[in-house]
Design a binder for this molecule. Structure first.
Ligand code: SF4
Length: 426
């Protein structure tokens, strides 16, 4: 049975007031996005042009994965480069030459800027052009910034995908095609594309896909669905190339996933009954999996710090599907056009904050003493030491959480700290 979402009965997103914070940030930089992007695009390499600090961040975040065949590395800017005593471009050419000699299968090399490369004003656009001249057409060079000055950790993915948009081929006719934008785990991708197949919606293309060279065409007839809430700039660039954005929630939880699929199906003119038949089984499994966690989470108070940009859809999932009470929902950046469907479901009473002023947010969190705080890793330990239960928001980015089959896993991520606390009490 189709359960219609009460979007029209709630509010318009412009009604929701927002506390704007413009203070100190406590988030990872955009380099972190490489950790999930390099697994997806299997013929690409991410060459960070950065310092030893950047290399250490990536190594500790990636852990043991770097001992396998790595698809990312760092061209280290030494002190003599920073002091202007050496030409970093020469060093970059040498590192790239060595990389391609060892890894001839690579098709795209992303030059990823960092804080140090910005400080010495290294022109990565020109470097990418020069290297394409040296190694193209077999290898293409793209560039984007993952610097902590310009990006927070999920914005790195947006910057990377946005750097690919100019390379997307022009669509040659206006037949409708769905382009899903944002990295999804393979298992999630397969499940969601199976449902689109079942309802007769297609062709479905993905950005990013497995190959950095087999890029989807874009133009009239391209209809976009955001798979991740942080691909704002990429969406705007695709719209400038003629694509149309389908207004939808994000595919978190049973409700969000169903609404996401249904929004696309309606744009295709597919009957609701066809969608009902395709989602009935997975939706029932998702609801059953959620029920196992709802009893433990219902009525619990949750405070979300602005960190991943996924906070609004997560908050909607926590309040509407698990019955949690939202104390405050922070987001690094609020793009109302892309969050419209989520804001409508959250309703006008939610306390929203945009941007960060970490000390003030910590004060509010401490005053509220929520049952669960979703925050960055740097804030979690001190809050745990003060007796608050926390969940690292980065876990919600690394774990496959979208779609019906993952809804239970997503709920479990929030339930785990609460459950651990209960067990420690006895
Ligand atoms: S890019 Fe900047 S913030 Fe990120 S690891 Fe390097 S120096 Fe640190």
């Amino acid at each position: 049975m189709n359960v219609p979402l009460p979007m029209a009965e709630t509010t318009t997103c412009d009604d929701v007031p927002v506390l704007k914070e413009r203070g100190q940030h406590e988030v990872f930089c955009g380099l972190t996005g490489i950790l999930w992007l390099h697994r997806k695009m299997q013929d690409a390499f991410f060459l960070i042009v950065g310092s030893r600090t950047c290399a250490h961040l990536m190594q500790s975040a990636a852990g043991v994965m770097i001992f396998a065949q790595p698809r990312f590395g760092t061209a280290v800017i030494e002190e003599k480069d920073l002091a202007g005593m050496a030409d970093m471009n020469t060093e970059l050419d040498r590192v790239v030459g060595r990389l391609l000699a060892r890894r001839p299968e690579l098709k795209t090399v992303f030059l990823v800027g960092s804080c140090p490369s910005e400080v010495i004003k290294l022109d990565l656009h020109r470097a990418a052009e020069r290297l394409t001249g040296l190694h193209g057409p077999d290898v293409r060079f793209a560039h984007y910034s993952g610097s902590g000055i310009e990006t927070t950790f999920t914005q790195g993915e947006d910057a990377c995908l946005n750097s690919l948009v100019p390379a997307l081929p022009e669509k040659t006719d206006d037949t409708p095609e769905l382009l899903v934008v944002g990295t999804l785990a393979d298992v999630v991708e397969q499940q969601l594309t199976r449902i689109f197949d079942a309802i007769g919606l297609g062709p479905v293309r993905l950005l990013p896909g497995k190959s950095s060279r087999a890029l989807p065409p874009v133009g009239e007839g391209t209809r976009l669905l955001m798979a991740q809430p942080w691909v704002d700039d990429t969406i705007r660039s695709l719209q400038r190339r003629g694509a149309e954005l389908i207004r939808a929630t994000f595919p978190y939880g049973a409700e969000g996933t169903e609404a996401w699929i249904r929004a696309a199906a309606r744009r295709w003119g597919i009957d609701d009954a066809v969608v009902d038949a395709a989602v009935e089984g997975p939706r029932a499994r998702a609801r059953k999996a959620l029920a196992r966690h709802r009893d433990a989470l219902v009525g619990k108070r949750v405070f979300l710090f602005p960190d991943s940009q996924g906070e609004l859809p997560m908050a909607r999932f926590l309040s509407r599907e698990l019955g949690m009470e939202l104390v405050e929902v922070g987001t690094p950046h609020l793009d109302r056009a892309h969050m419209e469907a989520e804001l409508e479901l959250l309703g006008p009473d939610v306390r929203l904050s945009e941007g960060q002023d970490v000390d003030r947010q910590l004060d509010r969190c401490r005053a509220e003493r929520p049952d669960l705080t979703v925050c960055g890793m740097g804030l979690a330990n001190p809050l745990e030491a003060e007796g608050l239960r926390t969940k690292w928001s980065i876990e919600l980015v690394f774990t496959p959480v979208q779609g019906f089959e993952q809804a239970g896993d997503l709920a479990e991520l929030f339930n785990r700290p609460i459950d651990r606390q209960q067990r420690l009490r006895f």
